[in-house]
Design a protein around this ligand. Structure first.
Ligand code: ADP
Length: 476
């Protein structure tokens, strides 16, 4: 049988453009399919921020025009083969020559353009996909447009839509976007309290809808997690599946990671050398025996920054060090910096997005805190495990699916978890971890070994995607 042709449409893809987990997923999943069975390619916006080391080798393919409202917009198309995968880039400087990926007044228009460009590019790249796989709100109009406006062009193409985070839905006033959607009616699949909801449109029109962990697929059917789309999630239950993300174990590999001070395999001693060097670099007292707790995250409500701030003084009254690397809400940035200034010998708040530093912190830390209010999958806890750093997480979404409470009696488990979104439950759990670290060194060593042995890579996730792809294309 011919190879299954899969085209991923996304607004982020590591190493070209990344603001969070979506970038990691699109960077890794296409690589993880068995090459003899799947030809997976990716189409992305050609952002201004894509590093020159890649752009310089992009091959120009063609250009054509796309209708957005009354305007004809230029659409250039580039191709780049990298690491065994073919990438396509949609070029339009008006939309994508911007200082960051998102956050502009015309984001709706930018991604309406991009979604249409994906569908219009297919004849030019001569790659008619069996599966068109869209992701998050930015590309949610791909399955919608395909069904509504391009169905007869792509009769053999099935669509998969992955919700990486249901919080960001693409919600706009119909009158604001009606024109640029080039729709002369108000489609029911999109209607949301008299507005249009891009994500809802994809949930109804895609042939398969996935979320990035099994627990999250269940959670979003509940009003607490569904962000107003729980009814839709219940409605499409029959085609909604949770597939746990993995991490790219070649990117996150303590043995080869160039960002680290010292590379290591499972050596706790060499890991400790990373801690020493980080303490030196950050100006923290060099204390090999004091547990270093870290957090690397967007500083937004979702990530449980409130819980941290609620008990941060209690945490810092323990004999620990705390490092937070993140950017986001300015209020969180300010409050964390203030606390760090109060405890210069115990805490650092690093308000920046810094990939290399993040790797150093994963390697140097003993414990890694992820107290999220909700977490569709979460990659940081998996990355932490890879570097032998013990996650302390709230039991939600992918955190619940990947981290299991360590039981010193049986020696099983790879971290610490707490159930309720409550600062004192978190504090209590951190205290348990700190106690084990100080008072039960053998058990701690066992726990670190278990972390090293927890492999959350893409191989098995890719197999599950492939299973569903085959199901919806009638290959099973
Ligand atoms: P989300 O996608 O919700 O932000 P994930 O846990 O899925 O959360 O992915 C976060 C990714 O972004 C991880 O690879 C993490 O290391 C990275 N990251 C987050 N904040 C920073 C930062 N300030 N500097 C470097 N990397 C960061």
């Amino acid at each position: 049988m011919d190879k299954l042709k899969v085209l991923f449409a996304a607004s982020e893809c590591y190493p070209f453009a990344k603001s969070g987990g979506l970038g990691d997923v699109i960077g890794a999943l296409p690589q993880a399919f068995p090459k003899d069975e799947v030809d997976a390619r990716v189409i992305l916006p050609k952002y201004d921020s894509i590093p020159w080391e890649y752009v310089k080798d992009f091959e120009y393919l063609t250009n054509f025009w796309i209708k957005v409202g009354d305007q004809n917009q230029y659409c250039g198309l580039f191709k780049y083969d990298f690491d065994g995968i073919t990438y396509y880039f949609v070029d339009n400087e008006h939309y994508f020559k911007r200082p960051s990926l998102y956050g502009f007044y015309d984001d709706a228009e930018r991604f309406i353009f991009f979604s249409r460009a994906v569908l219009e590019s297919i004849p030019y790249i001569d790659f008619y996909p069996d599966i068109l796989h869209a992701n998050d709100w930015q590309t949610s109009l791909v399955p919608f447009f395909l069904k509504e406006q391009y169905a007869w062009h792509y009769t053999n193409t099935r669509t998969c839509y992955t919700i990486h985070n249901i919080k960001y839905q693409g919600l706009y006033g119909f009158d604001d976007v009606r024109h640029i959607l080039n729709l002369d009616y108000f489609p029911a699949q999109m209607e949301y309290y008299n507005k249009v909801n891009f994500m809802k449109a994809a949930m109804y029109t895609a042939d398969l809808v996935t979320t990035v962990s099994p627990t999250y697929a269940e959670e979003i059917k509940d009003p607490y997690y569904g962000e107003g789309l729980d009814g839709v999630a219940r409605d499409i239950d029959w085609k909604l599946h949770g597939i746990l993300n993995g991490i790219d174990e070649s990117v996150y590999n303590p043995q080869t990671d160039k960002a680290l001070y010292v590379n290591y395999t499972r050596s706790i001693k060499k890991k400790a050398e990373n801690k020493k060097r980080l303490q030196e670099e950050l100006g923290l007292p060099v204390k090999p025996d004091v547990p270093l707790i870290s957090m690397i995250t967007r500083l937004v409500d979702q990530k449980g920054v409130d819980l941290l701030l609620g008990v941060i003084h209690d945490i810092l009254h323990m004999d620990v060090q705390l490092v937070v690397l993140g950017t986001g809400d300015s209020e969180y940035e300010r409050r964390l910096s203030e606390v760090a200034a109060q405890y210069p010998d115990k805490m650092k708040a690093l308000i920046e997005f810094n990939e290399a530093l993040s790797h150093k912190i994963y390697a140097a830390s003993d414990m890694f805190l992820v107290p999220s209010k909700f977490e569709p999958c979460g990659l940081t806890q998996m990355i932490a495990l890879r570097y032998g750093t013990i996650p302390i997480v709230r039991e939600t979404g992918g955190l619940k699916d990947s981290i299991h409470y360590f039981n010193p009696e049986t020696g099983e488990g790879n971290g610490f978890t707490f159930k309720t979104y409550n600062a004192h439950d978190m504090l209590y759990t951190i205290q348990k971890a700190v106690n084990l670290y100080y008072d039960h060194k053998d058990e701690w060593r066992q726990l670190v070994n278990n972390a090293f042995e927890s492999h959350y890579n893409w191989r098995s996730s890719a197999q599950t995607y492939l299973y569903w792809y085959k199901k919806i294309t009638g290959r099973l």
